[in-house]
Design a protein around this ligand. Structure first.
Ligand SMILES: [Zn+2]
Length: 80
């Protein structure tokens, strides 16, 4: 049933959330570097953002795959 909670799915959602939070933080820092014209810092953050984007995509993929195979979330992501 849709109301059943799955620990593994929740763990994967926490990973998505952590990556999204990190992306939001890095985006704020990059905006700051952009405004200050700090190109070195801008580029360094850009690289970190790339890594976090990859991490987020993998976490979303893993959550979707798990939900599909386990049939625990009806394939929905981010639904309460
Ligand atoms: Zn599950």
């Amino acid at each position: 049933m849709g109301t059943a909670r799955c620990e593994e799915y929740e763990r994967l959602q926490v990973e998505v959330l952590a990556a999204l939070t990190r992306i939001a933080e890095l985006t704020g820092a990059q905006l700051d570097a952009f405004r200050r014209n700090d190109e070195a810092r801008f580029m360094r953050i850009d690289k970190q953002l790339e890594n976090e984007m990859g991490r987020k995509e993998r976490a979303i993929g893993a959550a979707r795959q798990h939900a599909e195979e386990h049939g625990c979330q009806g394939g929905k992501l981010g639904s309460e």
